[in-house]
Design a protein around this ligand. Structure first.
Ligand SMILES: [Zn+2]
Length: 171
């Protein structure tokens, strides 16, 4: 089957919630013509791995999202497109498989890599700590910084205290 055929089947209510979407190739290249299957997956508790239907692995199929998520992707795509739209459905499914999230619009760019997001959030948190107060010394031994408001630590040590990892900033 192709992804287009699967989208049509899901729209028609075919399939069941115990099924998964399996695709061939890099999700980045997923299109309506990509070879896909909708199949029930078993899980081998002893081997701690998924059990594929016969022949699936040989064809390069691997599991991506479950049936419910697939339905949600198609519904979300229809909402973004304003009507049932196969190309939009493909786009949202591809985006979801790659980034584990729904795009906020069609044609959305890839989200920034995780490191970039973390660096931005770190900076925002660091800035939110505010100024160090002169005359209120950081409790960390040997530190001469002033403590920030609502904390016994300076900015760097408050960051490390909360995030449990070294602070990448020194300003
Ligand atoms: Zn300190």
């Amino acid at each position: 089957m192709t992804l287009f055929q699967i989208i049509t089947a899901v729209r028609a209510g075919e399939g069941s919630e115990s099924q998964w979407l399996l695709i061939v190739g890099d999700a980045k290249n997923l299109s309506g013509e990509t070879e896909c299957e909708l199949a029930k997956m078993d899980f081998d508790e002893d081997l701690d791995e998924e059990v594929y239907p016969p022949g699936f692995k040989e064809r390069g199929l691997y599991s991506t999202v479950d049936y419910q998520t697939l339905q949600d992707c198609i519904q979300w795509a229809d909402r973004l497109a304003g009507c049932p739209d196969e190309a939009a459905a493909c786009e949202v499914i591809r985006y979801y498989i790659r980034f584990d999230a729904w795009p906020d619009r069609l044609g959305a760019p890839d989200p920034p890599p995780w490191e970039e997001t973390q660096a931005r959030l770190d900076r925002e948190f660091y800035d939110s700590l505010g100024q160090e107060r002169p005359g209120t010394q950081c409790r960390r031994e040997g530190c001469s910084g002033g403590a920030v408001v609502f904390s016994a630590f300076c900015r760097v040590h408050q960051f490390e205290n909360v995030k449990k990892r070294p602070c990448p900033f020194a300003d």
